[in-house]
Design a protein around this ligand. Structure first.
Ligand code: MF3
Ligand code: CO
Ligand code: CO
Length: 258
């Protein structure tokens, strides 16, 4: 296992890729409404990434994934495949996960969207999951252990009586979509890899309202759902470790406070 330290030239390219990925999420916001299909959202993002950004949607054909983005609705934890048959309705929560490749480097980010009117229960899950991501990010600086990050996320989720998905994790990222290290969203303080300037990785907690257990669809080989069919939420950013702290490469305009 080896964790790459990015050169200044690579960091420049990762900044560009990260910004493009963030801009796709900003672009799609007002299209996420009742009546739209996830297939249509995929087409809009694909067209934007390819024709406007002159970039490549990394999921398309990645290990056989058939579409350009992931759309994970309600009890779907991650890797939902966009479909013209999946029509969003008021009350749905959806994660849209965007990864673009620009000039050979990847930017990977996802956020939750509310479709129409959402129950307070679902709103709270989405908010706590975003706070889990932000609490993890706040710890990113040289010397921090990955176990410290996993620990705060797990603690915060469990204090709200939610559970942390263990089968999927954050990851190093660069010229590869997924690199070392694995970034677990649970763990113990002062364990695992210690962060160094120039490392770049994602943090992308998947938090379940009910039990942590998940099931991979045998029908499509991709869609991951909660076993108990209760809701799941996820937020993701790509983060650079700097000399003094961190830089969120996929920060959106709405996150000016970060
Ligand atoms: N974007 C996902 C991640 O955060 C990976 C999606 S892989 C795909 O790591 F094949 F489903 F697109
Ligand atoms: Co990722
Ligand atoms: Co992603």
């Amino acid at each position: 296992m080896s964790i790459s330290i990015k050169t200044p030239e690579e960091i420049k390219k990762m900044r560009v890729a990260g910004k493009l990925a963030a801009e796709v999420l900003e672009m799609i916001e007002d299209k996420v409404i009742p009546g739209v299909s996830t297939g249509e959202l995929d087409r809009i993002c694909h067209e934007y990434i390819v024709n406007r950004q002159k970039a490549i949607p990394a999921p398309l054909n990645y290990k056989g994934f058939p579409k350009s983005i992931c759309t994970s609705v309600n009890q779907v934890v991650c890797h939902g495949i966009p479909s013209d048959k999946k029509i969003l309705k008021s009350g749905d929560i959806i994660n849209i996960d965007i990864t673009v490749i620009k000039d050979g480097y990847h930017g990977d980010t996802s956020k939750m969207f509310f479709v129409g009117n959402i129950t307070p229960h679902a709103q709270r899950l989405v908010k706590v999951t975003q706070e889990c991501l932000y609490m993890g990010i706040a710890l990113v600086k040289p010397g921090t252990y990955l176990g410290d990050i996993g620990h705060v996320i797990q603690n915060y989720a469990q204090n709200h009586h939610y559970s942390v998905v263990r089968e999927y994790c954050g990851h190093g990222i660069g010229s590869n979509f997924h690199e070392d290290p694995q970034v677990l969203h649970y763990g113990r303080p002062k364990t695992g890899v210690q962060l160094k300037p120039g490392m770049i990785f994602t943090i992308e907690p998947m938090i379940n309202a009910g039990k942590r257990h998940v099931k991979l669809s045998s029908r499509d080989g991709w869609t991951v759902e909660t076993t108990d069919k209760r809701l799941s939420a996820q937020w993701e950013h790509t983060i650079l470790v700097t000399e003094t702290g961190h830089e969120i490469l996929t920060r959106r305009g709405e996150e000016h406070g970060l």
